[in-house]
Each structure stands twice: as C-alpha cells, then as structure tokens.
Write a protein that binds this ligand. Structure first.
Ligand code: ADP
Length: 274
C-alpha cells in the first residue's frame, strides 16, 4: 500500500474547524478490507463532516485521510476510483432520469463505452432500477432515489463504499431491501455507513464507531458495546443523553452559579436531618 497501511479506509488525526467552532477533532481509525462499519452519533456529532473528508469533498483543517492507501487530497483522482460515496440526500440532478445520470457519471469517470454499458446493466440489476429508468429522479419515491444514488456510487465497481444515512426516510420494506443489498455488497467491499437506526447496526455491522461532539467515543464491536442486549442504553450514555456540549468559556461562569445553591441544598438537607 502506498502509505504503508493495509487499511482500506484510514482517518489519521482528522480535525475540522469552522472559525473557532470545532466540528470534529482528532478523529483516527483504520478500517481493514471487508469490514462493514456503522458510524453512529447524534445529529451534529460530526459524521457527515468526517465522511466528506474521507471522500475528498472537504479538506480537513488537520490530519490525513486515505482510501485504499491513497491520500484523498494529494491523490484525489486515484483515490476516488476506489471509492463510491453516497451523500446524505441521495443524488442531485432531479430533472435527469436514472439512465441519463448513470451515463453522465460513467462518462465523467472515464469508463469506456462498452465497459460503461456493462456496468450500467450491472447496477440497474443490482439496485432494481429497471422500472424507473426513464422517470425524472425528482419524481421518484425516496426509496427509488436512494437506489439511484447507490447505483451511481457502485457504477465504477469501487472497493470502498461510504454511505451517509442511506436509510433515512425509508419505510420498513425499503429498509429491509436496502439491508439485504448491503449484506451482499459487504461480501466484497469495505463499507462505512452512518445511521440512526440502531437495530440496523446489529443486523449488518462488524464494528461500531460512535462520535459525539466531534470526538470518537467508542470504537469496537456491537457485541462489546451492548448493555443488557441493547445498543440504545450505551448510546444514550456515551452521548450524554443528547445534552448540549460544554458551554463556551465565557458562559462557564453562568453555569457555575448553581453550585452555591447546591451546597445550600446540601446544608439544608443536612440541617433537615438534625
Ligand atoms: P452529523 O453528520 O453528525 O449530523 P455534521 O458533520 O453535519 O454532523 O456537523 C457537525 C457540526 O459541524 C455541526 O454542529 C454542524 O452544524 C457543523 N457544521 C457543518 N458544516 C458546517 C459549515 N459549513 N460551517 C459551520 N459549521 C458547520
């Protein structure tokens, strides 16, 4: 491998700052070939930011990311050949039909016409798109739009797939279909998928990365994460039950004000016991 690591997805000390705001900080992990990894965390935790950096769409403030050993910033084109990225809200280009979109992206990716025809047939089949090929993407159901997004991500048969909340807004049947597709894909590809559906983690993931306030707070198997057979409880605990992050330094004083009350209450309770 070009960077000496056998990881297919590698995040090395990734941080992203927007002015003084820390979106993610010091995120590091390595995903070996063939693993399906669930990326969990509350809204705003930093999942999309991390995935965009790993996909080369966003430059990190600090750190490095690589796909298949190729740096996503300095070897962007080569790295993108190994990567299929499904963004949060599926494909743009709402007026295009799925077939036009696939041809457009195939040409943009430099696939030769014959190879492109074969690959388009393959992803239409894989994603069950044959009934909607001529319908504008904007008129398709959310489930079908996700399938078009997946077809686009799979078009060049990449070794690595990064998918940002691909099951958001899908109904239970669509989620089941997607999950089955994911399990098939997982037999040959390395996959990082963000989701809020914790049951999905059990069904498909070999490993969990949990991010909270821009920092990685868990990296391990779903089995090790579970408490009493459930992922919900450790998720709530590790994410502070959804409480907002620590206050900014200038607000710290306001927060420290209740302390005298607490000690007064303590004194009262002690007094009450006498
Ligand atoms: P998640 O995908 O886990 O919901 P995001 O990665 O989208 O989280 O966002 C992480 C944090 O970074 C959020 O607080 C979000 O508001 C902030 N953020 C994302 N993009 C920008 C931006 N362009 N400018 C400022 N803040 C941003």
């Amino acid at each position: 491998m070009e960077n000496g690591s056998s990881a297919m997805i590698r995040a090395q000390g990734l941080s992203k700052y927007y002015g003084p705001f820390v979106a993610i900080e010091e995120i590091s992990f390595e995903i070996p070939q063939g693993q399906i990894v669930a990326f969990l965390g509350p809204n705003g935790a930093g999942k999309t930011t991390t995935m965009k950096i790993l996909s080369g769409f966003l430059a990190p403030s600090q750190g490095h990311a690589s796909i298949g050993g190729l740096d996503v910033q300095s070897q962007r084109i080569e790295a993108s050949r190994k990567l299929g990225y499904l963004p949060e809200n599926g494909p743009l280009y709402q007026d295009m039909t799925p077939i036009d979109l696939l041809e457009f992206f195939g040409e943009a990716r430099g696939l030769e016409p014959e190879e492109l025809d074969d690959r388009i047939d393959a992803v239409i089949d894989q994603c069950g798109l044959d009934l909607v090929l001529e319908k504008p993407i904007g008129k398709l159901s959310r489930g079908y739009r996700q399938r078009v997004g997946l077809a686009q991500a799979l078009l060049h048969d990449p070794e690595v797939l990064i998918m940002d909340e691909p099951t958001a807004g899908l109904d239970p049947n669509q989620i089941r279909d997607f999950r089955q597709n994911l399990q098939k894909l997982g037999q040959t590809k390395t996959i990082l998928i963000s989701t809020h559906i914790l049951q999905e983690v059990d069904a498909v993931a070999d490993r969990v990365l949990l991010i909270h306030n821009g920092r990685l707070v868990y990296d391990g198997t779903p089995v090790e994460l579970k408490e009493d057979g459930s992922i919900e409880q450790p998720f709530y605990r590790l994410t502070d039950h959804g409480r907002p992050p620590q206050p900014e330094p200038e607000k710290a004083e306001e927060v420290s004000k209740p302390q005298p009350e607490a000690s007064q209450a303590e004194a009262e309770s002690q007094g009450g016991g006498e």
